[in-house]
Design a protein around this ligand. Structure first.
Ligand code: CA
Length: 235
C-alpha cells in the first residue's frame, strides 16, 4: 500500500513515515499543498493522510480538488489519470472543534483523526477506509483458495499459512486490488516503492518470482510486453 503523508510538521511527518513503513507501506511526504498535488497527479496512491493547516493553504482545498476529479473520470472511463476521485483521504487535525470535523467529512474525507493519535488506530482506520473504497464489508480478501488479511498481513492458501515478506505482501495486495486489470512493472513499482527509494531494475520480477514460489507457479500470469495479473481461473 502506498500512502502520501501531507504534513508540514517534520516531526509528525517523519514519525508517521517510520510507523507506516514498519507496517509495510510505501510512504511519500509532502509538506506543502502544491507538492501534494504534484505527487498525486503522477503516482497511484492508495490513501492520503492530510493535515489541514499547511503553509500554502488549507488541506480541505486539496480534498475538494481530488473529489472533483469525478467529472473527468466520468467522461473517460478508461482514464488512468491520477488521482482517482475515490482515493481514501483521512484528515489529521489538531482542530478538535466539531464544525471543523463536520466540514472535513462533508468535503469528502473518509475519516479524521485528532492529533495526537495512536498509530495502531490510524492503521485500523486506514484499512477500514480502503475496505470501503473497494466495496468490501469483510476485512478478509478472498480469491479462490487464497485468503488475505490486511490487518495482520497474514495469508493462507487452502487454510495453510503462507509467510510473505513485506514487499511480497504489498505486491499480492496490489494484484488483488487490480481486479483482473493487467499491471505493468512501473505501476507495480509505484505501488511498492516511494519516490526516494532506490530499487533494482528487476525488483518486481524478483518479488513475482518469490510469490510464485510460495503460492504456486500458476497464480500470477505474465502477459508478455504488458505486465502481470492474478490468474482469473484461480478466483
Ligand atoms: Ca500543520
Amino acid at each position: 500500500m502506498r500512502v502520501l503523508i501531507v504534513e508540514d510538521d517534520p516531526d509528525i511527518a517523519s514519525g508517521l513515515a517510520v510507523a507506516l513503513k514498519q507496517e509495510g507501506c510505501a510512504v511519500d511526504l509532502a509538506p506543502h499543498l502544491s507538492q501534494a498535488w504534484s505527487a498525486l497527479s503522477v503516482e497511484p496512491f492508495d490513501a492520503v493522510l492530510l493535515d489541514l493547516g499547511l503553509p500554502d493553504g488549507d488541506g480541505l482545498a486539496l480534498l475538494r480538488r481530488v473529489r472533483q476529479q469525478t467529472t473527468r473520470h466520468a467522461h473517460n472511463a478508461h482514464s488512468s489519470t491520477y488521482p482517482h476521485p475515490n482515493t481514501p483521504i483521512l484528515i489529521m487535525t489538531a482542530r478538535d472543534a466539531v464544525p471543523d470535523r463536520i466540514s472535513g467529512l462533508d468535503t469528502g474525507a473518509d475519516d479524521y483523526l485528532v492529533k495526537p493519535f495512536d498509530v495502531q488506530e490510524l492503521m485500523a482506520r486506514l484499512r477500514a477506509a480502503l475496505r470501503r473504497a473497494a466495496g468490501r464489508a469483510s476485512p478478509l480478501i478472498e480469491y479462490g483458495a487464497l485468503s488475505v488479511d490486511p490487518a495482520t498481513h497474514s495469508v493462507t492458501l487452502q487454510g495453510q499459512p503462507v509467510a510473505l515478506g513485506a514487499r511480497e505482501f504489498s505486491l499480492l495486495l496490489t494484484l488483488l486490488h487490480a481486479k483482473g486489470q493487467v499491471l505493468d512493472r512501473s505501476r507495480l513499482e509505484a505501488a511498492l516503492y516511494g519516490f526516494n527509494e532506490s530499487l533494482d531494475s528487476n525488483a518486481i520480477e524478483v518479488h513475482i518470482h518469490h510469490l510464485r514460489r510460495k503460492l504456486g507457479p500458476d497464480w500470477i500470469r505474465t502477459i508478455r510486453g504488458v505486465g502481470y495479473v492474478l490468474n482469473p481461473d484461480k478466483a
